[in-house]
Design a protein around this ligand. Structure first.
Ligand code: F6P
Length: 376
């Protein structure tokens, strides 16, 4: 009897998702003689049993498409909004897995998806995952697909902002995505020759940023490009964030429900203010340097549209390798990139960790060497 596999895409969309679906589907159908079913909108579609049978003909012409033909959502199996309440729908999800006689379910997503997939694996489902996110912050893999495309998009945008900043003698603060890791800001910042790059891993000092801009002014450069990851914080903001976080953890440990809720809400309110922090930075730099400053938030532009050639190759490699690993009996693993190769990494080793930019990373060193201010 033919084997059956399921595929879902979850979390924020990322260029290369369709390339991965195509690679899994074609390899599974052509070489593995498997039947492939897609679930719509991430774990929600698996819970609601909303499916798309993936025939071979549906997999042609999707390699270059942005987004995901399956749709996506950020819904979690154990905390799914149902009828206005958050419910644990894991049982229903498991029932639907068995209803389709699945031999394996491939979950394609970022850090959150790895966690959710791991939870289902602990309930006995046979799960494999692929790492995707423009943030490049999934632990256990060299790189995630989507990242290369996003770096290209952000770099092109910053290149364009350079000429307008230069013409108007302005500071342009560009906010790029990356709430916990600065890979995208750092990659695009180095590639576009940004004057200042601020990332979540390095809390910044306003005065040091202003000083770098003033130094450029003294050299006759009356403009500056400041690339900021959405999660970057000043030293003061970082202290405040850490305080709120430890209050939240303490309340959780004590088990006081009301206190836990209040502390959680305060922490979330602060974390959601990302662009407000960037706007404040832009205003402050204007006051501190006397140069006019403008803020550009690249936002979801960075995730949309056709994947780069590198991401297409990566997603194809991971997707087709995934089927081979299923055939070999691998289970509860993420298919990671290691150099030119792929490697199954136990989900146990992936979840609960995040790949942030190491402070001795060569991109940081290169940025410093060419005189880029990193805010510290
Ligand atoms: O997780 C990927 C990501 O693009 C982050 O960089 C960003 O903070 C977040 O998603 C935005 O999420 P949403 O599209 O749900 O607003």
């Amino acid at each position: 009897m033919n084997r059956h596999i399921g595929i879902l895409t979850a979390g924020g969309d990322s260029p290369g998702l369709n390339a991965a679906i195509r690679a899994i589907g074609k390899t599974a159908i052509d070489t593995g003689h498997m039947e492939v079913v897609g679930f719509r909108d991430g774990f929600r579609g698996l819970m609601e049993n909303r499916i798309m049978r993936l025939e071979r003909s549906m997999l042609t012409s999707i390699l270059t498409l942005g987004g995901t033909i399956l749709g996506t959502s950020r819904d979690k199996p154990h905390k799914m909004p149902v009828g206005g309440e958050l419910m644990d729908m894991s049982e229903v999800i498991c029932d639907n897995y068995y209803r389709h006689n699945l031999d394996a379910l491939v979950c394609i997503g970022g850090g959150g998806t790895q966690k959710n997939a791991h939870r289902l694996a602990q309930r006995g489902l046979n799960i494999l995952t692929l790492p995707k996110t423009i943030d490049n912050d999934v632990y256990g893999t060299d790189v995630t697909f989507g990242f290369d495309t996003a770096v290209e998009i952000a770099t092109e945008a910053i290149d364009r902002l350079h000429s307008t900043a230069h013409s108007h003698h302005r500071i342009i603060v560009v906010e790029v995505m990356g709430h916990n890791a600065g890979w995208l800001a750092l990659g695009a910042g180095v590639a576009s020759g940004a004057d200042v790059i601020l990332i979540p891993e390095i809390p910044y000092n306003h005065e040091k940023v202003a000083r770098a801009i003033r130094k450029r002014q003294q050299r006759g450069n009356n403009f500056s490009i400041v690339v900021v990851a959405e999660g970057a914080l000043s030293i003061e903001e970082m202290k405040k964030r850490d305080k709120l976080r430890s209050k939240k953890l303490k309340a959780k440990q004590k088990g006081h429900l009301k206190e836990k809720k209040r502390a959680g809400e305060a922490y979330n309110r602060f974390s959601k203010k990302r662009s407000e922090h960037t706007l404040r930075l832009s205003q402050k730099l204007e006051e501190m340097t006397g140069l006019e400053s403008r803020l550009t938030i690249l936002g979801h532009l960075q995730r949309g549209g056709t994947p780069s050639a590198t991401d297409r190759i990566l997603a194809t490699k991971l997707g087709s390798a995934c089927v081979k690993y299923i055939e070999e009996g691998a289970s509860n693993v993420m298919i990671a990139v290691r150099g030119e190769e792929t490697e199954p990494v136990p989900l146990d080793d992936v979840v609960g960790k995040r790949k942030v930019v190491p402070l001795d990373h060569c991109w940081l060193e290169s940025a410093r060497n060419v005189g880029t201010c990193l805010g510290d």
